[in-house]
Design a protein around this ligand. Structure first.
Ligand code: NDP
Length: 397
């Protein structure tokens, strides 16, 4: 039975704390720490059992080390922001603690989604006998495990991979993002990028659009090509993949708001001078937008995230669709959060469980598709994210 330290008390942190608290046979002792302690205390008060809370600036390595030395955790679940990843990894190395996150490191001054900074820790983690599990959310995370599962059980060779992320939920507000607005908008306003014939192809933001008929009553939705970080690790670990793309649904009104905000410079990440203060427009915009955590009670409808994989088995071509649907209101009933935080927080808990139970524990820095998908797939069904599979008769163009 383990002692864990969760860092980050936002939308995802709330779900991770709930789900770990529900699995007391693995997570015996829990500490939730974040920049603002009152947010940790608020989450702690919702839980079915007692946890500890603490305040920490995760960009300050000596402060982190001090906290880790006092808590003595077996591992850290990092659900703060991607900017903190390397600082928390440094503190884990200094104190001999295992590490997990849900999003790859991003330099604050540049919207760049690359694993190179974290993969560079491979030797240090391996030599220290420590494990770092990168990207244990839904996408990346479950979509990575889905790919590994498809390859293990259904394909000799994967030719194409399309990851489709649909949020068909409606919160009734004119404009809001479902997770941290700064991270979300940086991702969406960046160029699109996909892998084809051993090279990256770049597109203008939102330039590629399709319509896909989603299952379980969701129906037809517009879906746009984006770059997403799991494409990099999946193409590295499955070099046979000829084309890999990531798609996300957006409604017309959302895109119109975003276009206006971009046109007036509100999504910029460079500091500007305003009345003697230096402010970053996107950070000011974040302060003006609804807190994603406040969308929980408002959001109705479902998410559907999954992989369409075309490949061959015993010489025969097949098209496999593996997905999860999740209902926003069901999530709210269980953990007082909407489905975007839920679908990230549950896989973070399961990834930590895989490590602590020894099913995935091995020294080094790993992406989820490098590990045995079966126990993780089993736990998705058990802990709130059941998956469905079907065979399609037409490829996703
Ligand atoms: P939120 O903005 O809701 O929460 C982030 C939390 O981190 C806040 O509690 C914030 O504190 C805390 N924090 C920020 N900076 C620091 C710091 N320097 N030291 C300590 N704590 C800090 O974000 P989400 O919960 O929506 O997202 C959490 C993570 O999950 C992000 O990295 C995001 O990219 C990732 N994610 C991954 C997904 C996946 O499927 N893989 C999907 C969705 C999100 P404060 O409240 O004081 O600002």
């Amino acid at each position: 039975m383990a002692n864990i330290l969760i860092i980050g008390a936002g939308g995802v942190g709330q779900v991770v704390a709930h789900k770990c608290a529900q699995v007391a046979e693995v997570f015996e002792h829990i500490t939730l720490a974040s920049r603002t302690r009152s947010k940790c205390d608020k989450i702690a008060a919702m839980l079915p059992r007692k946890i500890d809370t603490a305040e920490v600036d995760a960009d300050n390595v000596p402060e982190l080390v001090k906290l880790i030395e006092s808590v003595q955790p077996d591992m850290i679940i990092n659900v703060a922001l991607p900017y903190q990843d390397l600082h928390i990894m440094d503190a884990c190395l200094e104190t001999g603690v295992h590490y997990l996150d849900t999003a790859n490191y991003e330099p604050p001054e540049e919207a760049k989604f690359e694993y190179k900074w974290q993969w560079a820790y491979q030797d240090r983690f391996e030599k220290a006998g420590l494990m770092a599990l990168l990207g244990s959310g839904f996408d990346p995370g479950v979509t990575s495990v889905f790919t590994a599962y498809a390859k293990k059980h259904h394909f000799d060779r994967i030719h194409t991979l399309d990851i489709l992320d649909c949020n068909a939920g409606d919160h009734g507000l004119p404009f809001a993002t479902n997770f941290n607005p700064e991270i979300n908008i940086r991702e969406i306003t960046a160029n699109g990028r996909y892998w084809e014939n051993s090279q990256w192809v770049t597109t203008e933001p939102m330039a590629e659009k399709r319509v896909f008929h989603f299952p379980e009553g969701i129906g037809d939705k517009d879906i746009y090509l984006l770059y997403h970080e799991e494409l990099e690790s999946l193409c590295k670990h499955f070099p046979e993949i000829e084309r890999a793309r990531f798609w996300m649904t957006f409604g017309e009104s959302y895109l119109k708001h975003l276009e206006v905000l971009q046109n007036v410079g509100m999504t910029g990440i460079e500091p500007v001078e305003f009345q003697g203060h230096s402010i970053v427009p996107i950070q000011f915009l974040k302060a003006m937008l609804p807190d994603p955590a406040s969308l929980g009670p408002l959001t109705k409808g479902k998410t559907c995230i999954g992989n369409i994989i075309r490949g061959t088995k015993d010489g025969e071509e097949k098209i496999y669709y593996l997905y999860n649907t999740c209902d926003h209101q069901d999530c709210y009933k269980e953990v007082q959060s909407q489905a975007i935080s839920y679908t990230t927080g549950v896989p973070a808990m399961i990834g930590a469980k895989m490590m602590l139970e020894g099913k995935w524990m091995k020294p080094g820095v790993w992406n989820l598709e490098q590990l045995d998908p079966d126990p993780f797939m089993h736990d998705l069904n058990k802990y709130g994210l059941p998956w469905q599979e079907t065979w399609l008769d037409r490829p996703f163009q």
